[in-house]
Design a protein around this ligand. Sequence first.
Ligand SMILES: [Zn+2]
Length: 443
Amino acid sequence: MLIGIDDTDSNEGMCTTYLAALLADELRVFGTVAGFPYLIRLNPTISYKTRGNAALGIELNLFAEDSETKEKVISFVTEKIETYAELSCDQTNPGAVFIFDEAYESLRLPLNDFYKKAVTGVIEIEEATAFLNQAELEFPNAVFHASMKNGRGLIGSLAACGAMLNSDTDTDFTFEYVVYRLPSNWGSCGGPERFVDKESLILADQMTTPETWDTIDFDKKTKPFPVCVPSGNDPVLFGIRGNSAAAVSKAAECVISEEIEKAQIFKTNQGTDAHLISVRFVSEMKPLHSYILEGIVHSIAETIEGGHDIFKLRDPSGGILTCAAFEPTGNFRHIIRELIPEDEIRVYGSFKNETLNLEKMKVLKLAEDLKSENPICQECGKRMESAGAGQGFRCKKCKTKTESKTEVLIPRKINIGYYEVPPSARRHLSKPLIRYSKEDLKS
Ligand SMILES: [Zn+2]
């Protein structure tokens, strides 16, 4: 059976992944957990959701498939959500979806579509409840749901079921090793600051790169920043992301930290670019969606208040797109400032407030950066001076003359290839360049 849960966390403390880790342990009385629990990130531009837009999923192989066991599992999960969800938080609207084996085949495709829409697009609660009403009518003994308050969590719960049900196809997945603090240390209980030894994190990164990523941000070379350690009241102590369960486990073993409560490996769509849609024209873009688009640089970057850099891109039909590298993207902005009109680039990012928020870029072709200068005297090698308006240029000493200025090629400071924002500014879903093969980097 599949169990999808979502929206049990709040901005103050609880975290849906913690509840999933807890359930993965405790549900073992009813069956075995197939593989790893799933941590599914949804459309990152939807702002009403709590931090991170994450839904969780567990596939359980029940010891017994009778209706009594089914009911027990459903009430067990629902009670855990009621106990742990921060129901007092306005933004917390939990949901849970249960799908039993009999419905797998019929729901595989519709749930895959639902998952894809939840990652790339916008889904309203009514769409999720309509989907569930239909499925529950068709499979009265195999599809169930539970929701609290406005039930927004049903969206992510269904999406998580869709991702799990289709995980054996060629879908890209990564892994995260998440470590939880002792409950007495949680910030919400007035616990102390997190202790995770930075040197051990640097070692963990070195031991496992390129199979793990975003443990440390080396963007500011002089001061490596442990980007895998959150702040605030979150029960998470740290999380290591990587290509395999083996790689993230190996990295986590290197880490020296405060005493921990538990650790859980999740299979996840993080770092896969699952949110991006390829388009050819700006006119195809809709707000709150994320895109890949190729075009020509139309105007150079302007740094605006707050340290954000904005430039314009032109698509093949002449459509103009405003692209932004915001202040937290750090050194990535220095690359953006090197772009000049007529450079050909491919941009990756979320479209919100009429602006594409850049996550990544590929320079496809560099334009010639020309500057006109006074000509050089062929006799003495010195720069000539103007002989007066419309009179050309001359060298006083050698008495040589030339009609016009010369065009000089200015060396470009960027190259053809990919550029990305630093780890601390990366979206969960964004695929880091470290995951690109040599072939990928050519395309
Ligand atoms: Zn001269």
